[in-house]
Design a protein around this ligand. Structure first.
Ligand code: NDP
Length: 240
């Protein structure tokens, strides 16, 4: 059953100062939601409310949530988007390269999700959307660290979907393919052409195309979707 959206919802987008997170934040803002973005360094983008937060620090996450709750109220929709890559073939990957990606993408996501769910459970409503990746299911040479974290998000979302489904909170993973952001801007032309050749739609995705799917998953129309991995990958994964 669906109901009309109750606006403004409080939407918190981690890593919402640029790339996919910024597109998601602007999409919710257009709907009239109260959008808060976290930024690690610098400042909030024009027109958006910002809170400084580094997901690798529990203290920083605690402080950010305390500030949000004191100023605006508890989060209704969490989009856990902050993420990093530190690519390299496994034989040459340092333990630090592995652990630092886990700290941000997996443990960092856990920290923000954990801080969000208690008020959602109390309100018996909430949406948690984790930004995974197509490589969490397909694997990716040179990304054993990154792909492990993105697979881990699926286990996290599905466990939480089981823990809190009866309390009206949904947990889903969006799995983008290649998206035009700073993260992919460093790819060489040769690699880019190779990747595009493996994408049935024959191009990279725009951040706005990811944002539209996140918007749907957070909408009343998506009320019966939980524990899902939703690909937005131009056909690259095809069920993987
Ligand atoms: P960008 O590199 O453009 O942006 C990453 C964002 O994460 C920035 O806002 C950055 O903040 C933030 N961030 C990184 N580390 C931390 C931290 N320790 N604490 C808080 N914030 C942090 O990446 P994209 O927009 O491309 O990626 C966003 C998400 O989408 C990531 O989870 C990524 O894995 C995923 N994704 C991206 C794909 C792509 O092709 N681009 C494909 C599939 C998934 P700051 O500006 O301060 O560095």
């Amino acid at each position: 059953m669906t109901s009309s959206p109750v606006s403004p919802r409080i939407v918190f987008v981690t890593g919402g100062n640029r790339g996919i997170g910024l597109a998601i934040a602007r999409t919710f803002a257009k709907l009239g939601d109260l959008v808060i973005v976290s930024y690690r360094s610098g400042a909030a983008p024009d027109g958006l409310v910002g809170v400084q937060m580094d997901v690798t620090s529990q203290e920083s996450v605690n402080a950010a949530f305390a500030e949000i709750e004191a100023t605006y109220g508890s989060v209704d929709v969490l989009v856990a988007n902050a993420g990093v890559t530190r690519d390299g073939l496994t034989m040459r990957m340092s333990e630090e390269d592995f652990i630092s990606v886990v700290e941000t993408n997996l443990t960092g996501t856990f920290r923000t999700v954990q801080k969000s769910i208690s008020p959602m459970v109390k309100k018996r409503s909430g949406r948690v959307i984790l930004i995974g990746s197509v490589v969490g299911l397909m694997g990716s040479a040179g990304q054993a660290n990154y792909a492990s974290t993105k697979s881990g998000l699926i286990g996290m979302a599905r466990s939480l979907a089981r823990e809190y489904g009866s309390r009206g909170v949904t947990f889903n993973v969006i799995a983008p393919g290649f998206v035009e952001t700073d993260m992919t801007s460093t790819l060489s032309e040769t690699l880019r052409e190779k990747y595009v050749a493996a994408i049935p739609l024959g191009r990279f995705c725009s951040p706005e195309e990811i944002a539209e799917v996140v918007k749907f998953v957070a909408s009343p129309e998506a009320s019966y979707i939980t524990g899902a991995v939703i690909p937005v990958d131009g056909g690259m994964g095809m069920g993987h």
